[in-house]
Design a protein around this ligand. Structure first.
Ligand SMILES: Cc1cc2nc3c(=O)[nH]c(=O)nc-3n(C[C@H](O)[C@H](O)[C@H](O)COP(=O)(O)OP(=O)(O)OC[C@H]3O[C@@H](n4cnc5c(N)ncnc54)[C@H](O)[C@@H]3O)c2cc1C
Length: 260
């Protein structure tokens, strides 16, 4: 079974981000890292390919400046190869343009049975790209998977809900977004890190994918960031003095939040 995993390479979240004052977009200069959310998809793909007794795990990424640092981390985990789309024309791409690029890159990878993504990225987190990729490919979209199984060509997931999970089945090929914690991502071994240096990364441009620069970047974007404001400061919490009925107020509070 051949599995494509969309992996986003993002600025290190530990370093304070910087926004462009005019476009309000994130500066993505320097080394990018593998979005931790996507390490779950990579691990899930490696386990599914193993269970299926073969097949390739191919990484798909769109990133500026031919950035491969994050891809090398995922290749070191065990993915076989990668398709990287990088092109100055991509600057300013919104979520739909990103999905168009990724869908074409998946097609370029060829012979893909299953696409895995995270439910949302750490730096953009619109959570819309996986569904858009599925729509563009004309494949079923299964979301919020906390468990994924493929047996006899049939895909079954447990879809996370507020109350527990739904079991959702689908034919292949399909696109599945997996939740964080779906599996425990492995640490790349020293051998894996060395092997990753020589694994193939197919670097391509917008034109290589048969897309026009009008489909992507600032000219293709249908979303515009009009303003950015600091998040409101956290309000002080409510202090409950125990007059004998504190437990009732706490239970009512948790019920209102649907925590219990
Ligand atoms: C007006 C505008 C301008 C922008 N300009 C730029 C820019 O100049 N440069 C820039 O880098 N970004 C730019 N962005 C942001 C970038 O295009 C977003 O990454 C894109 O919109 C995807 O949205 P998301 O991260 O919210 O994806 P989500 O839907 O939250 O992502 C879900 C999952 O899809 C997959 N995925 C998403 N994006 C990628 C990717 N790039 N490669 C591989 N897998 C992926 C991952 O598995 C991810 O976890 C811009 C966005 C807007 C709205």
């Amino acid at each position: 079974m051949n599995i494509a995993v969309c992996v986003k390479q993002i600025p290190d979240p530990a370093v304070p981000g910087e926004l462009d004052p005019e476009s309000h977009t994130l500066h993505r200069v320097g080394k990018l890292i593998l979005d931790e959310s996507d390490s779950f998809g990579v691990e899930m793909a490696l386990q599914l390919a193993d269970k299926a007794g073969g097949g390739d795990v191919t990484l798909i990424s769109m990133a500026p400046n031919n950035e491969v640092s994050g891809l090398r981390t995922a290749l070191a985990m065990g993915a076989a190869k990668a398709v990287l789309v990088s092109d100055p024309a991509l600057a300013g791409s919104d979520a739909l343009s990103t999905a168009k690029v990724l869908a074409q890159a998946i097609t370029r990878a060829g012979d893909v049975d299953l696409v895995l993504t995270a439910t949302e990225s750490t730096d953009g987190y619109t959570g819309t790209v996986p569904n858009q990729i599925a729509q563009l490919l004309g494949w079923p979209s299964l979301t919020f998977a906390k468990h994924v199984e493929v047996e006899d060509g049939k895909l079954t997931i447990r879809r996370q809900t507020e109350a527990g999970y739904d079991v959702v089945e689908s034919s292949l090929p399909a696109v599945v977004s997996v939740t964080a914690g779906v599996v425990e991502p492995r640490y790349p071994s020293f051998k894996g890190i060395m092997a990753a240096k020589n694994k193939p990364v197919d670097q391509c441009t917008v034109a290589d994918l048969g897309l026009s620069s009008d489909d992507v970047g600032w000219s293709g974007a249908r979303q515009e960031i009009t303003n950015v404001a600091a998040a409101p400061a956290r309000e002080a919490g409510e202090k409950v003095e125990d007059d004998g009925s504190a437990h009732e107020r706490i239970v009512a509070f948790l019920e209102a939040l649907k925590v219990i």
